[in-house]
Design a protein around this ligand. Structure first.
Ligand code: PGA
Length: 261
């Protein structure tokens, strides 16, 4: 983690929690983050609950005047209209969402979203002034055949097509190797750093070195309280996107504390 970038930790709850457990989890994370800020620590934290609980969690975070940012796990690119079952950026904004994931590996590989669709989402999110977390990452067979950097580069370039340099301050990249997500197999800090360095080089090629140095790149894939600190020591790892371990307050807050500067 470079001192010029503030670490950012996201808790992706996926299709987990219900009203009561989500509220309890958000409440305790809000208290934990407040304590860190009171102690003068610097770290950004976001939670990504399921769509249906966003208004509920939003109200709870507002009532607690929390610094925890509310995130959505996905979005549809159009603003409104006949798109049954979909949710727009405007609707997310209306309930207090400040950050949105695009291209999460489960959207790419379970729901079969393609790079073009993901790019439309990225542009819609940034256009409306929200923060976008573009997720990229290689599958196991791609890593085994030495295609990690090629795959990440393609997903970054296609995902960011027609994104303007002035929108970059709202962009976060999450590098999440597919084989590491939900498997307990975390990338080694060195392998993760290699992938992050390459992604930053791609950003530099697209937007210039200075702009690329300002973009935060999170690592995701089986991050736990036990392995977070080692990953976060790497110069190009600026935070974590956490799935399983984000559902337990103690585990998630241990990761947040490891990232706080
Ligand atoms: P995991 O999920 O931490 O459970 O591996 C990470 C993610 O999908 O963002």
């Amino acid at each position: 983690m470079h001192p010029q970038r503030t670490a950012i930790i996201g808790g992706n709850w996926k299709m987990n929690t219900d009203r009561a457990s989500g509220l309890a989890l958000a409440g305790s994370i809000a208290r934990g983050v407040q304590e860190l800020h009171n102690a003068g620590k610097r770290v950004e934290v976001a939670v990504f609950p399921p769509f249906v609980y966003l208004p509920l969690i939003s109200e709870a975070l507002c009532a607690a005047s929390s610094r925890v940012m509310l995130g959505a796990q996905d979005v549809y690119h159009a603003e409104r209209g006949a798109f049954t079952g979909e949710i727009s950026v405007l609707q997310l904004q209306d309930v207090g969402v400040g950050t949105v994931l695009a291209g999460h590996s489960e959207r790419r590989h379970v729901i079969h979203e393609g790079d073009d669709q993901i790019n439309l989402k990225v542009r819609a999110i940034l256009h409306h002034g929200l923060r976008c977390v573009l997720c990229v990452g290689e599958k196991l067979e791609q890593r085994e055949t030495d295609q990690t950097n090629t795959v990440n580069e393609r997903q970054v370039r296609l995902g960011l097509r027609d994104v303007r340099p002035d929108e970059l301050d709202r962009l976060v990249i999450a590098y999440e190797p597919v084989w590491a997500i939900g498997t307990g197999k975390v990338a080694s800090p060195e392998d993760a750093q290699d992938a992050h360095r390459h992604i930053r080089a791609v950003l530099a090629d697209l937007f210039g070195k200075d702009a690329a140095a300002g973009v935060r790149i999170q690592y995701g894939g089986s991050v736990t309280a036990a392995n977070a600190a080692e990953l976060l020591k790497q110069p190009d790892i600026d935070g974590a996107l956490v799935g399983g371990a984000s559902l337990k307050e103690a585990d998630f807050m241990a990761i947040v504390r490891a990232a706080a500067q």
